[in-house]
Design a protein around this ligand. Sequence first.
Ligand code: DHB
Length: 455
Amino acid sequence: MKGWSFNQALECWCIEDVVYTEKADVPQAQRLSVFVPKAYLSETGEIAKSGACGIYTAQNAPVIFENNAAGYMEMTNTHPGEERFFGAPYLAQGMVYVTCGCRGRSSKNAQGEYVGKAPMTLVDFKTAIRFLRHNRATLPGDWSKLVSVGFSAGGAMSALLAVTGDHPDYDPYLRANGAYMEESDAVYAAQIYCPIIDLEHADMAYEWQFGADPENETSYAGPAETMTPFKKTVSQRLRRMYVEYVNRLGLIHPQTGEKLELGEDGRSGAFYEMTMRRLGDAARLCGELPPTNLDDDVLHRRRRMKACTAFDRLDEQSGENELFGNSVQNTAHFSLSVAKAVQSVAEEFPEEAAALADGWAHCGDEAFQKRLRLLNPLAYIRDARGKKAAHYRIRVGADDADTAFSVSMTLAVMLQNANLGTVDDALVWRQPHCEADVPGQIQDWIHHIFEGQGA
Ligand code: DHB
């Protein structure tokens, strides 16, 4: 970590495009950059111990670790001036900012093998954090307390970093990736924007929320289409299965202590009411009328974006299908719930079901289930091993239809039920799929959780 340069516009020192592992398969993506407020380094690149910026010093400044994961794709770290560079407001308030790239679902090594399938994106970020900590003597900021930030697939990564810190499940992957095994990859806090998580159950959630809408937009994974009778039936099965899934989770209302369940119709019960309250709270905060009914909301305000099935697509054409391929096979089915829904309509739609019959055979394998788990933060919340973050902040746009609202709500409730720390969860009215937030609020939250350590 040598060779600081100065960025005039941001008034910060930067060290850019550093490859974070000697075993990089894709060195153009496995890179990171660090940006440091001007006051924290001397002209010669030494840490200016008494340097202060905002309410922080070179020794106690929060370090923001922003992962640039998107779409579970291979991504580079970002650069000042680029659309996805979010460093400026953090730096202005005295925080150190890191942007980190990763391998993704279509990454290939020099031999042409896929090397970025699940869970490699997460393994890369853990490797990067360990690399930075290994170099902490040369870096200003409090490296014992990282704040992870990311959105969408990056929000999933941020949630995962928060609940899987130093978990032994990742050790073999980290070792193979050239990570410093004696360093920690645990984070202190996580900002989680519109996380695309719980992928193996997300299709049920999606049809539960959007099932009333037979048409999707041209989406991330495919063209606009109208549901065929077969897909409509599959959608209804998934919706019904979601009720069972939610009721099996054992969620408890964090305030009232009542069981958070869904009624058989999927449109009653405390879980449904909480979904509507969360949506209504976002509307009310902007002086608007709260939606009163989820199906109305879907048909008249925020319609279905993705076709049925949204994540584990029947044609294996989603990004997630590509994520769960392997070194030689680009795509794969991954959701036993989708398999079950398809199978359950076989009598009514024998041809369609028969054509899909063998697609999910590998999903029951122990090794495959293990891989799914490695990328599902919900699976680690109740796991006592590893280090958990102490603070979680979840924000999702109320105009976001990339996944069901209940997916992030379930994450928030599970975190609260597990008593891991503070959880600040909200939908943000009129915000799409993005870093949905009110400007300045994330920095205020960080000040708050670092309270008492500022100057
Ligand atoms: C992202 C968006 C999606 O709709 C999805 O399924 C996965 C990832 C993203 O923006 O990162």
